[in-house]
Design a protein around this ligand. Structure first.
Ligand SMILES: [Zn+2]
Length: 197
């Protein structure tokens, strides 16, 4: 991951990423590409909101594995696990290199989450790092928060189910974009008010 992005995440979410009496030399490593940084930031923001600053919940590892974004933690309860499960599901539809909509594809025997443009992993060095998309992060946080409060223990199952109200898509397929987050949020507002969909 780009150094600047990594340092920004590390300083914004220090209490989640570092042990309390960690020395300054200890740098948390993100073992994935920058395209997922907004998704990581949204997830860390949600966890920070749920557990508070004084909690013992720690993120122990952030890495790409089998084309998915895996964030490992310890100390977190159900809601923290749900945030990370949803993040992992969404990552399969977000290009790990550029953050645009993508899909899982095979490249040289590896499963990778890539957009159409970056389907060939040799493009890796051509992707320029981008600054965080605060609007998307805010929308993602708002949508996932609503999903968790509305569906409770069923939240992770719900994001994997095709929804007629979302044009037959699964929520996890569209939560990687600002428009998708808005659509999911609007749907939840309608459900909350008991409007049939
Ligand atoms: Zn891409």
């Amino acid at each position: 991951m780009d150094n600047f992005t990594e340092r920004r995440l590390a300083s914004n979410y220090r209490t989640l990423l570092f042990r309390r009496n960690a020395s300054d030399q200890e740098i948390f490593g993100f073992e994935c590409m920058d395209g997922w940084s907004d998704l990581i930031e949204g997830s860390l923001q949600l966890i920070q909101r749920y557990v508070g600053l004084a909690s013992d919940v720690k993120i122990t590892q952030v890495k790409e594995k089998f084309g998915l974004l895996r964030i490992y933690q310890r100390g977190g309860e159900e809601k923290v696990c749900q945030v990370l499960d949803i993040c992992e599901l969404v990552s399969s539809c977000v290009c790990e290199l550029c953050g645009k909509s993508g899909n899982l594809t095979m490249s040289d025997g590896w499963i990778l989450a890539r957009c159409d443009k970056h389907g060939d992993s040799s493009h890796m060095e051509l992707v320029e790092s981008q600054s965080a998309d605060e609007r998307y992060i805010g929308s993602y946080v708002r949508s996932v928060d609503s999903i968790l409060s509305f569906f409770g223990a069923d939240a992770v199952r719900w994001v994997q189910q095709e929804s007629i109200a979302l044009g037959g898509k699964r929520p996890c397929e569209i939560l990687g974009t600002e428009d998708g987050c808005q659509a999911v949020y609007k749907l939840l507002k309608r459900l909350e008010h008991g409007v049939g969909v």
